[in-house]
Design a binder for this molecule. Structure first.
Ligand code: GLU
Length: 367
């Protein structure tokens, strides 16, 4: 697999890889992963990590080394274990800078939170800090949480327009049947479409350390591939797992996306969502949009509707609809900066937000 053809990779690290039998962090393995990540980053690939292990590393603190934990026990364990985990990452990745991001399902599913998390992550990446993400299990409720980091990692990949998600787990990919039970099961190296038949291949969870089984990994692959991100599931227990993966030394299943992150976003813009307002632009701006420019405040003449930052709006020229896109500002703020130069907008809004009203990556020309 040519890793250098990817711009942005999300790596999901499972609990069973990070903790040893005694519930302590597997530091040599983590250091070997860090070395691999450093090597990739030097070649210009951006890396984001979604890590499990908080609960597993915290069990010792509450004297529950094994067995099912009640919600409050899990929360208490992870409150301790998350520190162990991050200390391990900090030591392994030094001198590179890392950051801890703990998110809940609300942060990926509510638009305002989503945009905030995304901006924070983008800012870290721009500053060469490696984001290390986990679910905020201390505050997540039993009814409303991811529970497994497989789907969380896929949502992160989607949020950040990553082009590859690597799930390091204790299984080396998908088998036609559960390989623990059926001798005649066969490894599946590539999946082009996640059909019912593929879903049926995933059995029940087998690992006793982490939370997700093959089912949640298939769910993750579905979310990622729909967003234009390929997904690889592989066994990461040996040292230098990334290095082994890109040198063809690991068996894996690759779920191939038929689209790109940009195309997926644009498809979503034209299909799924309901427009919340309209922005009217002058003839010059209409022409510029058709030639691939972003919509700047200077080219807009009127705005209607009630929308928030990130909502879908229709862009109209005096002749009618020309495009649809996700607004960088709320309707209220768009009204304030209509017709103004981008350099004037920070003084009007009281903060320096996005220069454009709608970025070209968030816009589709419809006529
Ligand atoms: N967030 C959990 C932890 O840090 C892991 C969930 C999972 O196993 O995927 O322990």
């Amino acid at each position: 697999m040519d890793f250098l053809s990817f711009n942005r990779i999300v790596i999901k690290v499972g609990s069973s890889l990070l903790s040893n039998k005694n519930g302590q962090i597997n530091q040599p393995w983590l250091k070997s992963l860090a070395d691999d990540v450093t090597e990739l980053r030097k070649k210009g690939v951006e890396v984001i990590i979604v890590t499990s292990g908080g609960v597993a590393l915290g069990r010792g603190y509450i004297n529950r080394p094994t067995g099912e934990l009640r919600l409050e026990e899990k929360q208490a364990a992870v409150a301790c274990g998350q520190l162990e985990l991050m200390q391990g990452y900090k030591n392994a990745f030094a001198p590179d800078n890392i950051a801890q991001i703990l998110i809940t399902i609300q942060d990926t599913e509510r638009r305002r939170n989503y945009l905030n998390v995304r901006n924070a992550l983008e800012t870290l990446i721009k500053n060469h800090v490696i984001p290390i993400i986990n679910e905020n299990d201390v505050v997540a409720t039993a009814e409303l949480n991811y529970g497994d980091n497989d789907r969380l990692s896929a949502r992160v990949a989607q949020m950040l327009d990553a082009d590859l998600l690597v799930i390091f787990s204790d299984v080396d990919g998908l088998y036609t049947k559960n390989p623990m039970k059926h001798e005649d099961s066969e490894h599946v190296p590539e999946v082009h479409k996640i059909s019912k038949a593929v879903e049926n291949m995933a059995g029940k969870p087998t690992s006793n350390v982490g939370t997700g089984g093959m089912q949640t990994k298939i769910e993750a692959a579905k979310i990622a591939t729909a967003a234009g991100c390929h997904c690889v599931i592989t066994q990461g227990a040996g040292e230098n797992p990334l290095h082994a993966l890109y040198n063809g030394k690991l068996k894996y299943t690759k779920f191939i996306s038929q689209t790109t992150p940009l195309t997926a976003r644009k498809q979503w813009i034209v299909s799924g969502v309901k427009p919340m307002g309209e922005i009217i632009v002058d003839k010059g701006a209409a022409e510029a949009l058709k030639n691939g420019s972003s919509l700047l405040p200077a080219g807009a003449t009127a705005v209607s509707g009630k929308f928030e930052r990130g909502d879908l709006v229709i862009i109209k020229s005096p002749e009618g609809e020309i495009a649809r896109g996700l607004s960088s500002h709320s309707a209220e703020n768009t009204k304030l900066i209509l017709g103004k130069k981008s350099s004037e907008t920070p003084a009007i809004l009281g903060y320096s937000g996005r220069d454009e009203l709608i970025h070209r990556d968030n816009m589709v020309i419809t006529s």
